[in-house]
Design a protein around this ligand. Structure first.
Ligand code: FAD
Ligand code: SF4
Ligand code: SF4
Length: 419
């Protein structure tokens, strides 16, 4: 397979996932994230020509173009085992944040917020680098540096729209202080790629955490939601918002728009995601080889009863997976301090509560082959156990995944443009 040889080629071949790391690596005077709208995606804009060294650094760090997440004795110790679908793991638990406020505000079990708070309150890190709603334009989201309980709590809940969590990542390294990053699996892959480029990552980044991720919706999907719930101004009503939340305040909790007078317009989670209406998302998520955060210290996932969301609120439980000794020690400390309430579980439970992620991984080889057959450049995926995952399924499954991707490419779904 051919691979992209520039930032422009990454984006134009549908490999960009909008993380913003290229802005941080090149510097905001050379690359800035901006909207390609419609459909409402964050993509890099090249402000000044990039020299060879910068292009090289972007190609080596961009998680859209490169995943390389080997089981590494230096990072994972000798205790970690490898699951074909879900990657390195030491221990697994099921549970939730012990603090009822955290549990209620958060997406599911409040695992990430509880662990983030614990790290701040014990002084293990100086700040958490993650995302929150944009206060000025609450339907949008932005990267955020949290140093207090209030800050960390403000980030609780899934932001199912576009955000560039890594647009200021190098700035965080420049501070020279210990910190932790919470993000999507691909955000953490970008951070992980940076380990090879900048030694400060290993020195300062104490913990990485991610949630299981299926994809996110283009911004236009949130505008369509405003129309569906009768929000003032309909699709054009963004300026009338005082709050926009995708999830939380119960589990799964509604997608909630609140106008400037405080009137609430809710749509149920199932309707937002699975309703009979238009819905769009980026091509890159269709070839995501790491949807569960294999490069993290700790990853979490919704422990959906029955393997998927239902109409009912179910209280919200998270699966916690420690992947490195460092992540395992943090989990043990959080359990001992009663920050999280958990029972011991097994990685196999993920096959019940996150079956779509195992199936997705099994189809990635076929999807990559379709990209190769089309002659388009594709990503470099190293050490992702894609052959092992493929072997868990059959030829018919391979063929249908190949065909689906072939058709998507034929329709031009992978053709994108810089901002
Ligand atoms: C884009 C997206 C896709 C998802 N797909 C799945 C899925 O396929 N299966 C599934 O079970 N669950 C999915 N989830 C939900 C996710 O699993 C839960 O958020 C997770 O279980 C964490 O729950 P929690 O209660 O511990 O998180 P919380 O305590 O609510 O903390 C969430 C943390 O994630 C950060 N965050 C929120 N949105 C984003 C974002 N867009 N990018 C980067 N960081 C963000 C916040 O800053 C916060 O620190 C998805 C969430 C998102 C945002
Ligand atoms: S995936 Fe991230 S680093 Fe790569 S091009 Fe897109 S925004 Fe830049
Ligand atoms: S599905 Fe994969 S590539 Fe897409 S946003 Fe989630 S982690 Fe990133």
């Amino acid at each position: 397979m051919k691979h992209p040889s520039s930032l422009k080629e990454i984006v134009e071949n549908g490999l960009c996932l909008g993380c913003g790391l290229c802005q941080s690596v090149a510097g905001p005077d050379r690359v800035e994230m901006d909207w390609v709208d419609p459909p409402g995606r964050l993509r890099p804009r090249i402000l000044r020509p990039l020299d060879e060294a910068t292009e090289k650094a972007i190609l080596a760090s961009c998680p859209g173009a490169l995943l390389d997440e080997p089981l590494d004795p230096k990072r994972h110790g000798h205790e970690a085992r490898e699951d074909p679908s879900f990657g390195p793991w030491i221990r697994a638990w099921k549970g939730h944040a012990s603090d009822p406020e955290v549990h209620r505000m958060a997406s599911s079990g409040g695992a990430l917020t509880a662990l983030g708070l614990y790290l701040i309150e014990t002084g293990e890190v100086d700040f958490i680098y993650h995302v929150t709603a944009d206060e000025e334009r609450p339907m949008r989201s932005r990267s955020h540096v949290s140093t207090t309980r209030e800050d960390v709590l403000a980030g609780a809940g899934s932001r199912y729209g576009p955000v560039a969590p890594l647009d200021r990542f190098v700035e965080q390294l420049d501070k020279g202080k210990p910190f932790a990053v919470i993000g999507k699996p691909c955000d953490i892959s970008g951070v992980h790629n940076m380990r090879k480029i900048d030694p400060r990552v290993d020195e300062l980044l104490k913990y990485t955490m991610a949630f299981s991720c299926g994809t996110f919706a283009d911004l236009q999907c949130s505008r369509w939601m405003l129309e569906r719930v009768g929000f003032p101004g309909g699709q054009e009503g963004e300026e009338n918002l005082s709050l926009y939340r995708y999830r939380g305040y119960g589990c799964p909790g509604p997608t909630r728009a609140v106008d400037k007078e405080g009137k609430v317009y809710d749509e149920k989670y199932l309707s937002f995601w699975y309703g009979n209406h238009g819905w769009t998302h980026q091509f890159r998520c269709k070839i995501c080889a790491d949807p569960t955060g294999e490069a993290t210290d700790i990853s979490v996932a919704d422990a959906w009863p029955g393997g998927g969301p239902t109409e009912e609120e179910w209280g919200g439980y998270s699966m916690f997976i420690s992947r490195t000794p460092r992540g395992d020690a943090l989990m043990q400390a959080a359990i001992d301090a009663a920050v999280v309430t958990v029972e011991v579980d097994d990685i196999k439970t993920l096959y019940d509560v996150q079956p779509h992620q195992a199936v997705k991984k099994q189809g990635i080889n076929a999807r990559l082959k379709a990209i190769e057959d089309s002659g388009s450049p594709g990503p470099v995926f190293h050490n992702m156990r894609l052959d092992q995952a493929q072997a868990q399924n059959d030829q018919e499954f391979f063929d249908s995944n190949h065909e689906g991707t072939r058709v998507r490419i034929e329709k031009g779904v992978n053709r994108e443009r810089l901002a």
